[in-house]
Structures are given as structure tokens and as C-alpha cells.
Design a protein around this ligand. Structure first.
Ligand SMILES: [Cu+2]
Length: 326
């Protein structure tokens, strides 16, 4: 049953850069910083480098921006925080993952700022991007987190912890760590570029483009048996959650939706840190169950035909917020 809860509007032009770019419009905890470049990751400068490089100077400007703004999830330790995994070699099938976030002194962090309904978001993906799990571990009083997980096959995986320490001045951060599931490993190639994904009888269509160094709108449209789904349910305070992982190094981008209604469209604004292939994972909830639709997209190449070209300026304010469906 839909509670009819109104989702707090995210800023219409919310543009996620790699790194944790949210924390906008979510009245949780004492937010001291205004929603501008307070996070050090240039979240408020979606279409330009913060140092004034124009977004249309493709090559040099893009590289400079990316260098100044390392994508999230590539480091196991950053800003004095470390993702310490106690179960680096989980078994195939069901197991329990155990980890903590340690501070610069090696102590387990126990205080976090709630973001999107949780103190910490935990993603596990296989290196070949065929498996994706969005998990919500439980924290013990001493700062140890545990979560059950079901990993279907042996091979290399990467776990991401996406969180914001409660320490004054701490910014949102995504740490990444390798996991190895012992056994014979048969890596699969990255799935081909697709614009439509089917999951559990739902069809999800991907519109728009993912651009390197420049914000663009991604629009997901959910249908079931040919009919638009107009009663998506809030999941963690939003009608959809989108994680993008870069092929090659699994750089991480967690994108949250633009303002909009409960379907069938969910609109996001995202910026890729580079050209290349990405795997997109959309979590959406309908009739009490969360499902994940996955897409392979290519940023900055001819492989991304725009079904409807994104506005050149990138900040699709009115368009992004204006999806009303009757
Ligand atoms: Cu989460």
C-alpha cells in the first residue's frame, strides 16, 4: 500500500559528480553547509570544472576536472578513514560479511550521519559487473557492521561503503575494497550496450545520455505488461536509486533522482568522470519489493545514441522536475 508519502524534493538540478555528491535537500542532522561546493567534490559545478574550465573544451578541461576530483570507491582509505573488512574471502553462496570503518587512529567509527535513510550504504559488485548487491548492514555498538550476502559464483568482487562520518566537518565518502570468492572463476564479458532491461516482469527503458565531464539527464521509464507503472514506492526516500560503475576499475557513482513523481519516469542527473563503458544499476520499489534493472552505457562515444538529446547546458531544471503523469 502506498503511504502517499511526499518525497522531499531534491534540488532539481542535483548533479552528482563521482564521489558522494548527495546530501542536498535531505533535512537530516545538522547540515552546516549550504548546498554548494562544501563537500570538496565540486558537487555544485556539474557542467564546468570548479576552476572555470568550460565544459565544452572537451579534452583538456575534462581531464583536469577528473584529476582534481577522483571518482569514489577507488581507494580503501581516504581522508583518514579506512574500510577494514574482516571477511575478505567470502564463500560462494550465502555468507556473512563483516567490516568496520576505522578512523586515522585505527578506532572503529561508531557515529555516522544518516543519509537516504541509512547510516551506511553497502554495495557489492563482481569485477565483471554481472552481479550487483545493494545491502544495508547492521551496526553493532562497537562499530562492527555485518550483513548477509549471497554471491553466486567464485571470482573477484568489490565492496563499497558509502557513508558520512558524524565527526564535525566530515564529508561524504565512498571507500572500496576487494573481495575474493575462492573457486574456479569464469569471468563474463561486459554485457552489450542496452537501452531496455527486463527484471521480474518489469521493463525498464533508459533514455538520455551519460556524458564525460558534463552533466546529462538519464531517464528511466518503468512499465509492466506494456503499461506505465505510476505508483512506484519510495525506497530509502526516493523513487529510485542509481549506481554507476565504470568498466575497468569500478569507479563508483551513486546518483539520486531529480524531483519527480512515482513513475513511470525517474529522472537523474549524472556526470561521468571520463569516457568509457559504465554499468548502471537502478533500484526501484513496487508493490513492496525492490528490484534492480541493469544497463551498459558508453559515455562520450558514438555508442550512446541519445533517444532525446540532453540539454546542452546540462542543468535540466524544468524538464527534470516536470514529469507529471496522469
Ligand atoms: Cu543504500
Amino acid at each position: 500500500m502506498n503511504t502517499g508519502v511526499k518525497i522531499t524534493a531534491f534540488a532539481a538540478a542535483l548533479a552528482a559528480t563521482f564521489g558522494t555528491a548527495y546530501g542536498v535537500g535531505k533535512g537530516v542532522g545538522p547540515v552546516e553547509e549550504p548546498k554548494k561546493a562544501g563537500h570538496g567534490d565540486h558537487a555544485a559545478a556539474p557542467s564546468k570544472g570548479a576552476d572555470g574550465h568550460a565544459g565544452h573544451e572537451e579534452g583538456a578541461a575534462t581531464d583536469a576536472s577528473a584529476a582534481a576530483n577522483l571518482p569514489g570507491g577507488l581507494q580503501v582509505s581516504q581522508d583518514g578513514y579506512t574500510l577494514a573488512v574482516e571477511t575478505p574471502k567470502p564463500a560462494v553462496g550465502k555468507s556473512v560479511l563483516k567490516f568496520s570503518i576505522k578512523d586515522a587512529a585505527g578506532r572503529k567509527v561508531t557515529a555516522f550521519t544518516t543519509e537516504h535513510g541509512k547510516e551506511l550504504h553497502f554495495i557489492v559488485a563482481s569485477r565483471d559487473l554481472g552481479t550487483f548487491r545493494h545491502l544495508h548492514p547492521v551496526k553493532a555498538a562497537d562499530g562492527t557492521w555485518t550483513t548477509p550476502v549471497d554471491l553466486p559464483a567464485a571470482g573477484g568482487y568489490k565492496a563499497f561503503a558509502d557513508f558520512k562520518p558524524a565527526a564535525p566537518g566530515a564529508k561524504g565518502i565512498t571507500l572500496g575494497v576487494d573481495l575474493a570468492v575462492p573457486g574456479a572463476y569464469a569471468p563474463k564479458p561486459l554485457p552489450a550496450v542496452n537501452r531496455t532491461a527486463t527484471v521480474d516482469g518489469y521493463q525498464v527503458r533508459l533514455g538520455g545520455t551519460l556524458n564525460p565531464g558534463k552533466a546529462g539527464e538519464l531517464r528511466l521509464t518503468v512499465t509492466k505488461a506494456g503499461k506505465p507503472v505510476t505508483d512506484l514506492e519510495p525506497y530509502l526516500g526516493a523513487y529510485g536509486h542509481l549506481v554507476a560503475l565504470r568498466d575497468g576499475d569500478l569507479a563508483y557513482l551513486h546518483v539520486h533522482p531529480n524531483e519527480g513523481g512515482p513513475g513511470p519516469d525517474v529522472s537523474f542527473t549524472a556526470t561521468a568522470p571520463s569516457a568509457g563503458a559504465y554499468r548502471l544499476f537502478l533500484d526501484f520499489q513496487h508493490q513492496g519489493k525492490v528490484r534492480t534493472a541493469a544497463f551498459t552505457v558508453t559515455a562520450g562515444a558514438t555508442g550512446t545514441p541519445a533517444e532525446a538529446p540532453a540539454p546542452a547546458a546540462g542543468e535540466a531544471t524544468h524538464d527534470a522536475g516536470g514529469h507529471e503523469h496522469g
